[in-house]
Design a binder for this molecule. Structure first.
Ligand code: SAH
Length: 365
């Protein structure tokens, strides 16, 4: 497996192409078929002349992940896809078929997560392992293949699946470079969103390197003590420092992209925790002078946090009203795929947690 190339490694695949005396155009067609159009492996390889096809297929891995199963929501257009990594862990990607036709793929950057946020199932797995660049990208390849027969493609790509993308910075940047490369996916950077728990230095590095890629900051509270309760890692990242990072990201974006500066602020609405009207006012004050868009997100209840419940619709609307009256761009988000999140997601949590416990026991034995 290790001595196999991936399609993303342009130089190595080109060397193989020369060795096999393949036409550059034929190899380009394989990439286009698989990475841009989402055709099946067989259809993509069919563009190669038959004597060399098996040799090429034997030496270039088309997929870094094994498809484990798909879970289709019975409620709406969400599909959760479970993949198994080479190390045997499960990760998930979610396809959101938004009614406007803007199909979105939510990808994972890690197995588990070290941030251990109180409301998040991934943080409760007890592990954090980085996905390789090929494992990040193969989620997109296989999601495109799943959607192609439906006549759909992926319009938006968000790093809001399992893991903290900025804890896996090197592989994230290699993935962003491959995503936007014309020879590979040629996906517009303006339709990619990186979401972070709030690591200021990494936000700046990302903005400098990929100014057109959008950034979301999972803020969830502008009260330091509340934020620390929800996000243990917030202790080392005070709110004032995060705010300075947003100012700086806005400045980099203003200089480095055509679409104007905006940072998404994610705000999970938790009943009695961060959803008072006073906190809405404090959030509006915190945002004054920033180029931001606030997304109020509904809580997906998780097994590991029975003490948390989502805010009611009326509370979310009241909160949004305060922000809007203060002139802030605000969207109340709705949850898709609640049934697959519960049924399919918990399976991933349980299986990975069991594997992590078994691995720890093996180390101690
Ligand atoms: N680690 C990154 C990206 C993954 S989480 C981050 O923190 O942003 C993506 C988003 O989902 C974050 O805004 C996160 O706070 C939110 N989230 C996590 N658990 C959730 C839950 N149970 N219900 C709703 N949103 C949740």
């Amino acid at each position: 497996m290790n001595d196999q190339l991936t399609l993303f490694d342009l130089a190595a695949v080109d060397a193989l192409r020369r060795e096999l005396r393949l036409d550059p155009q034929a190899v380009r067609q394989v990439r286009t078929a698989l990475l841009k159009r989402g055709l099946s492996d067989e259809a993509a390889l069919a563009t190669l002349p038959s004597p060399m096809r098996d040799e090429f297929a034997g030496r270039v891995t088309l997929h870094a992940l094994a498809l484990d199963r798909r879970c289709d929501s019975q409620l709406d257009g969400a599909t959760k896809i479970l993949f198994r990594t080479a190390a045997g862990m499960l990760i998930e990607s979610v396809v959101l078929r938004i009614a406007t036709g803007r199909t979105t793929l939510c990808v994972s950057s890690q197995v588990g997560c070290a941030a251990a946020c109180d409301f998040c199932a991934t943080g409760k797995m007890g592990i954090a392992q980085n996905l390789s660049t090929a494992e990040i990208l193969d989620q997109l390849v296989q999601a495109k293949q799943l959607l192609e027969p439906e006549g759909r493609s992926i319009r938006n790509l968000v790093f809001m699946g399992m893991g903290e993308p900025f804890h896996n910075e090197e592989n994230l940047y290699a993935a962003l470079a491959a995503l936007t490369a014309p020879e590979l996916f040629h996906h517009p950077p303006s339709r990619v969103l990186g979401s972070t728990v709030g690591l200021p230095e990494a936000m700046l590095r990302c903005a400098r390197r990929f100014p057109a890629v959008n950034l979301a900051l999972s803020l969830h509270s502008v009260r330091q003590e509340t934020r620390e309760r929800l996000i243990p890692l917030a202790k080392r990242r005070p709110l004032a420092e995060l705010r300075r990072a947003v100012v700086e990201v806005n400045r980099i974006q203003a200089a480095g992209r055509a679409s104007g500066p905006t940072v998404m602020l994610e705000y999970l609405m938790l009943a009695g925790v961060n959803d008072s009207l006073a906190e809405a006012g404090e959030l509006a004050a915190w945002c004054a002078g920033l180029n931001v868009h606030v997304n109020l997100i509904p809580f997906n209840p998780i097994e590991g946090a029975p003490h948390l419940t989502g805010s009611s619709q009326a509370v979310r609307e009241g909160f949004a009203g305060v922000l809007k009256r203060a002139g802030l761009a605000t969207t109340i988000r709705y949850s898709l795929g609640a049934d697959v999140a519960a049924a399919c997601g918990q399976l991933v949590q349980r299986e990975n947690r069991a594997r992590a416990i078994a691995a720890n026991a093996a180390v101690r034995a």
